[in-house]
Each structure stands twice: as C-alpha cells, then as structure tokens.
Design a protein around this ligand. Structure first.
Ligand code: MLT
Length: 404
C-alpha cells in the first residue's frame, strides 16, 4: 500500500497568501458593493515595459517560422540571457561571476523552495524571523524541520533569528551553529536591509563555521542607499559560501511571465562535491528550461531602453512606498522599510494582533494587507503593506486608513 509523505501533514494551515485570498474572497462575496484595495501579496500592477513587449512580439513571430523556431531550451538557459545577466548584474559591479555559474529558471519562488534538495537530510537551517514562508515550508516538506509547536509557532529543528525593531531588523549570529542560513535582502517582509559591511560579516561568519548562505536578492532593484550591496558576491569570500537567487518578477514585472535565475559559484564545494555540478545535474533532470520567448523578454530587461523604462517603473512603485510610509506616519503609525524595498512594515495599533488588524483594516477600510505573524512569530504585532499597487489605489487606501 502506498504511503503519503507525512511531512505534508505537519504543515500548519494553508500557504499564507492562499489563506489571505480565501478571507478576502469571503468578505468580497458578503459585501459585493465594497471596493477592495489589495496591498497584500507583492504582485505588480504596472504593464510590462515597451522594450519587453517588443522582444516578446519578436520572439513569438520567430516561433511561427520554421527557420527561427525554438524547441526545448538549454537546461541551464540560453547563452544570450546568461551573458546579459553576467555582464549587467555581476561583472559591471565588479563581481567575479561567470556565465556557467548562472542557472536560468522559471522564477525565484521555485528555486528558493527547491534549492534545499542539495542539502543533507539532517541539515539545520537558520532563518530570519519574520521570513518569506517558502524557505521553511519547503524544508518542512523535506522532513528537515522537526516538530511544530503551535504555541510558539516554531519548528524544533529550525534556528530562528528574530528581526524586530529592537535590533533594527538586523539578524544576529545564532547561538547554535547552522548548516544553512537563508537571508533575503532587502528583506521581505520587513522592507528593511543591512549595509554591505554587515553583509560582509555574514559572509565571514559563514566561511568560518562552514555554513552555506542562500541569499535571496529578489528586491535588489529597489535599493536606493549607497552602502547596501546589490549582490552578495560584492563581499569578499562569498564565492565559497553563497548561492544567490534572483527574480525578474519585482524589477521587471514578470510575476505572470515567470523568469528567474540562481547563481551557484564553482568554488562552492563540500569535499569532492561541487554544488554547481549538483545543481546542473538537478536542473537537467527536473527542468526543461524557461521558454525561449520569456528568455528573450528577460534579455530585453538589460537593453538600454529596457533599463531606462524599468528604472521608471521601480521609481513609480517607490513613490507608492513613500506615499504609504508618509501617510501612515501622519496617521500616527510606527513604520519601517520602504526605502530600499517595496514593502512597508508597520506596528499594529492599540495592541491589536496581526490578524485582528488584518480584519479591522479589511472590514473598516476595505484594504488588504499581510499579517506579520504569517511570516513567523516575531512578526506578531506587525503588518505589511506592499507598494506594488497603482498610485491611485495607494493614495485612496491611505486616505481610508487615515480616516479610520
Ligand atoms: C510576497 O508577497 O511576499 C511575494 O509576492 C511572494 C512571492 O514573491 O512569491
């Protein structure tokens, strides 16, 4: 008789954003006259930039012609895209990364969930708390996290690194030595980040204790301050301890197009095992490449026109971020983030817990956000708003919140 993977039964509730969607749909069905403004999930609202649309059209036409048709893409990505990534995201920034260290994928969410397939079964992971839920959930499914305590909302075999206003949302080195450390910087959900010298300390720490850093740089395009690293490979020694995950969703609006990449340096080894070779083997077996059309769209992100258009798009969302931040501050809220990231992290008022504030905001302002406790126990008492809405909706949401 077949048995199921029991680890799935250990997962508490449904995926955070599915739970929110269900609650919002229920409210909307019960209140069809209410105009809901969604600032919950970090999904973009601006159309794809003209340079990207042009590349997509051209690639579609190529697919309709026998001479220029493309079948299976190379497992690891087309050279035209890997070379553009290497030049623009790494070599122009002085980072020593080569094209054969880039693995093109269908997005950073799947890579951030799948990368744990490279770790041994008894690997101890460390995560920031609060944290993007995919890192922990994927390790739960793989049976690596021990047992869940519903009272503390913690897993027995996970090291939590609290990030709260008391430590300026900067994770501290854990007391117990982890094998793998997940860092998302600029951070989802807090919208905060750390300086390049603080990141260098993490790289030094990982190299010293023999840990691997999984560095999620999905929000890199939103960095506005000079002393913040755009890639972990700006830090000395990162080639021997870090894998970097990147997304085209947030910098180029590809949430519905799907494209990302992972960097696995060849210097990343454990004994004889090369993580680069292992990820290539895994990619070859389990992945048939991102579509040609989409990879051409990704290439256009790095064209001169694409870069200029996307800079404007990022500025559009960051204008929303400052509108939210300023509006909340004017209304008396304590607010964090929104300077190097498109997320605003606020303290819930009047000692409401995160889900109470979610309900309060939905019912009274018809605005959807994300409860901080959904990202981990240290997120309790906080709430996240995204800057990815339209400007008009962002202004309207803030007007409603201010008049509560
Ligand atoms: C979020 O809202 O945290 C993100 O949009 C989720 C994601 O990127 O998968």
């Amino acid at each position: 008789m077949f048995q199921v993977n029991d680890n799935f039964q250990k997962l508490p509730g449904s995926y955070l954003f599915s739970t929110i969607a269900k609650k919002v749909n229920a409210f909307s069905s019960a209140n069809p006259d209410k105009k809901i403004i969604r600032l919950g999930i970090g999904d973009v609202t601006q159309p794809l930039a003209p340079a990207i649309i042009e590349a997509l059209h051209k690639a579609v036409d190529e697919m309709g012609n026998a001479e220029t048709f493309h079948g299976y893409a190379p497992d690891l990505g087309y050279d035209f895209l890997r070379n553009a990534i290497v030049k623009n995201d790494y070599q122009d920034r002085g980072c020593d990364i080569q094209a054969d260290e880039i693995f093109v994928s269908d997005g950073a969410k799947s890579d951030s969930a799948d990368i744990q397939e490279l770790f041994a079964a008894d690997t101890k992971i460390a995560v920031c708390d609060p944290v993007y839920p995919v890192y922990v959930d994927a390790n739960v499914m793989a049976g690596r996290t021990g047992t869940y305590n519903p009272d503390t909302q913690m897993w027995s075999n996970v090291i939590y690194m609290p990030c709260t206003k008391e430590n300026n949302f900067v994770p501290e080195f854990p007391k117990e030595t982890p094998d793998v450390i997940y860092l998302c910087l600029p951070n989802n959900p807090t919208g905060t980040t750390i300086t390049k010298s603080q990141l260098q300390e993490w790289v030094d720490y990982a190299n010293k204790v023999g840990a691997l850093i999984i560095y999620d740089g999905a929000y890199e395009a939103y960095i506005s301050e000079d002393d913040v690293a755009h890639s972990i490979y700006e830090c000395e020694g990162a080639r021997t301890c870090a894998i970097e995950l990147k997304s085209f969703s947030k910098n180029a609006g590809f949430t519905g197009v799907r494209l990302g990449y992972t960097v696995v340096p060849k210097d990343l080894k454990r004994g004889e095992a090369s993580l680069n070779a292992m990820w290539a083997r895994r990619h070859g077996t389990k992945f048939n490449g991102a579509p040609y059309i989409v990879q051409r769209a990704g290439e256009a992100v790095y064209s001169e026109a694409g870069k200029a258009q996307l800079k404007e798009q990022v500025a559009y969302y960051m204008k929303n971020a400052s509108t939210i931040k300023q509006g909340l501050q004017d209304a008396g809220y304590t607010v964090f983030g929104g300077v190097n990231a498109p997320y605003i992290w606020l303290k819930t008022p009047e000692n409401m817990n995160s889900w109470e504030f979610f309900d309060y905001l939905l019912e009274n302002a018809n605005v959807v956000g994300t409860p901080g406790s959904g990202f981990g126990p240290s997120g309790e008492g906080y709430f996240r708003l995204t800057a990815f809405g339209t400007y008009e909706n962002t202004v309207a949401a803030l007007d409603r919140i201010k008049s509560l």
